[in-house]
Structure formats: C-alpha cells, structure tokens
Ligand binder design. Structure first.
Ligand SMILES: [Zn+2]
Length: 396
C-alpha cells in the first residue's frame, strides 16, 4: 500500500512543498488526491485540517486515512508533480492553540491534579475537558498563571520519534495506545506528550493563554481558552464592548459593573412606584366609571378603551370595577397586542367566560377565564370597539 510522508511531522514551519501525485480518486466533493509527501495537516487529535492550494487549486479538506493523507479538491490538478501551499495564517493559529493546549493541560495537572480527557480546537475558541467537576476559580487562576509563565520563559518545543519501549520509560502526561514509532512533543523540562499535531518551536510563539469560560457537567469541567492571535483579538473585542458600555453610562471602564447594579436597583424601585401609581389611578378611575354607569337589573356596566401602553392599568381597572357592588367591566386595549379584560363582582349574573368565548368567536383572537374574570387578546385592532359593543349586547 502507498504511503504519504508527513512533512509536518518533522517541520511544522514548512509552508510550501513539491510532491508527486500517486493517484486520484473520485469524491462526492470533486477529487481525492493522494501524494507521496505532504505538509498539509489532516484533521486529527482535536486539531482541524489545513487549507491552502495544491497546484493552484483550493483545498476543501485534508483527511487522515492512516497510512495515507487524502487531499480533497474541486478539480483535478494538472501534471504529475504538484506544488502545495499552506494557508499559513490558519495553520499558525492552530499551532498556537495546540501548543497552548499542551501547556495548559500540563498546568492543570501539576497545579490542581486535573487530567485532560479531551481537546477540541474550535473556530473561535478551544476547549479541554478536565476529569473533575471540582476545578474552581482558584485552580483555574493558578493553572492560567503557570501556563503563561511557561510561555514567558520561551522554552523550546521539540519533536522526536521513539519506539514504544523507549516511550514507556518516559513520564508521559497521558499514556499512549499507539504502536510502532511514537511522535513525542516535548516542552523542555515541563511536558511530554505523544501527539501528531503541529506545534510552535518555542513556547513564546503561543502568546498569551487566556481561559474564557468554565462549565461543569457530568463529573467534568470544560475549560474554554484562547491563545496568541485569538487572545489578542478577543481582548480587543472585550475592550470595545466594555468601552461602549462605559460610554453609555458616561463612566470609566472599572465602574461599569457598579453602574449596572445601581441602574438595576433604580429600575426595580421605579417599577415598584409605577405599579403603585397604576393601582391608585385604576382605583380612582374605576370609582368614577362605576358612579357614572347606569344601573340596570342591579348591574352597572363599565366600558372603557385603553391605549397599548396602558395594558397594566387596563387590567387593574377591570379588577377595581369588579370590587364595586354590581360592577361589570368590559375593558379593551388598542394597539399591538390588543387585549380584552372582562370582570364582574364575584357571583354576578353573567358568565364572562362564555361572553368572552362568543366575542372572540365573532372577532378573532384567543383567551379564556372563569365566570367572574376572563381575558383575551390577539384581535385585529379595528375590532376592539365592536367587540366591546357586542360583549355588552350579550349582557342585556
Ligand atoms: Zn497534541
């Protein structure tokens, strides 16, 4: 069986290379091209595949097939010998995240005793899952601190190839189940991992390692983090967002949380006093409406239309009217959404649930309630007044 020599194994900084085409197969996306050697990284071990060009044709994907690497292209590249060009920005970003992951995982292990059970390199951020759901703010800060110290020390990151027996004598962070030749990625004096991924050559190349988010579930802690260019872009974005919030409050960045808490408190107080005022207003209006209404067969029917902004008041008024002897309230709210509130003195003559049902059947909308209080909504706006007239006609 043919075999692809993986050039990235020994040189992660190789951006261009030439190779011979071994064969080309059909693929649902176009062509599946096999080469005798390749610097393109195929998706594996949590690291996404590379992009770039092969003989000037854009790569759609790179797939690990064990002995071979398949390059997916839309069209067939010309010639037997091709030139490959790696999308370096994407690859270097992956190198920063992947080496950052090794450093961060080792930091969690040495500072908190938490082992990494899985790694995912995402488009925006990456995650590692720790084997405990007990990692708290203190452990995270300690691990982040140590990881960044390793970065600042700019230690060499080396790649070597060892036999299984040689590897067994070493203290690997995570035991490997691979057979044959093992690729060992080592951060000098700090971490040894069996890994096929692409890495920066010194820890300084990772740039800052920032933990962004922690989630605990099913005995694990998921740690979201960003490294290097991503950490820079994220910090810039955070700064923009915080600056905008600070401008909105006309304050400094540090005062934003305090201002939010203060405004939330003020809002709660304003809502409370607004509720009290609405209740008082509803009470006095209900008294007037009830007094002005004609008494017929012991009932005083009050009809009133409110604007859409007065929905709360409308409901309170309906209840307030129903507290007067014989009071029956037919209240409507105009605008979007429309609303109807029907209320009567408990034990009154009408069945308001039925009245509402018949009204909605004729004018549209939904709702429900009981004998003494029913509410509905969703009627067309121009149907609110006719609906109230109709409901009143049902009462007499
Ligand atoms: Zn790795």
């Amino acid at each position: 069986m043919a075999h692809t020599e993986r050039l990235y194994y020994s040189d992660c900084y190789l951006k261009e290379f030439t190779a011979n085409i071994l064969r080309i197969e059909d693929d649902p996306r176009g062509m599946r091209v096999y080469l005798d050697r390749s610097a393109f990284y195929p998706e594996s071990g949590g690291q996404p595949s590379d992009r770039g060009e092969l003989a000037g044709v854009q790569l759609l994907d790179v797939v690990d097939e064990g002995e071979e690497v398949a390059h997916i292209l839309v069209t067939r590249p010309a010639g037997d010998s091709v030139q490959g060009k790696i999308d370096w920005a994407r690859r270097f970003d992956h190198m920063q995240q992947h080496t950052g992951q090794h450093i961060l995982s080792a930091a969690f292990e040495s500072s908190a005793g938490n082992k990494t059970v899985s790694f995912h390199l995402g488009v925006e951020s990456s995650t590692i899952d720790l084997d405990s759901d007990r990692a708290g703010a203190k452990q995270i800060e300690a691990a982040e601190e140590l990881a960044n110290r390793i970065v600042f020390e700019n230690r060499p990151v080396t790649v070597s190839f060892l036999s299984v027996t040689e590897v067994q004598k070493l203290d690997l962070r995570k035991p490997t189940e691979r057979e044959g030749e093992i690729r060992l990625v080592e951060v000098e004096g700090y971490d040894r991992s069996a890994c096929g991924g692409t890495h920066v050559s010194r820890t300084g190349g990772v740039g800052n390692i920032n933990v962004r988010k922690i989630e605990r579930a099913k005995g694990l802690t998921r740690v979201e983090f960003v490294c290097g260019g991503r950490a820079l872009r994220r910090a810039r974005l955070d700064f923009c967002i915080l600056s905008e919030a600070a401008r909105g409050f006309s304050t400094g960045l540090e005062s934003v949380p305090e201002m939010i808490a203060k405004q939330a408190q003020e809002l709660r107080e304003a809502e409370k006093s607004q509720q009290k005022l609405a209740e008082e207003l509803a009470e006095s209006e209900a008294a007037q409406l009830w007094q002005r209404a004609d008494e017929r067969n012991g009932a005083r029917i009050v009809r009133r239309l409110f604007e859409s902004s007065e929905g709360k008041r409308a409901r309170l008024t309906a209840h307030a009217v129903s507290r007067y002897p014989g009071g029956v309230a037919l209240i409507g709210v105009r605008g979007t959404p429309t609303a109807l509130f029907f209320a009567q003195t408990p034990g009154g003559k009408a069945n308001l649930s039925d009245v509402l049902k018949q009204t909605l059947a004729k004018f549209g909308g939904k709702g429900g309630g009981n004998r003494d209080f029913a509410q509905g909504g969703g009627l067309p706006e121009n149907q609110i007044e006719p609906a109230l007239s109709f409901a009143e006609s049902l009462l007499s």
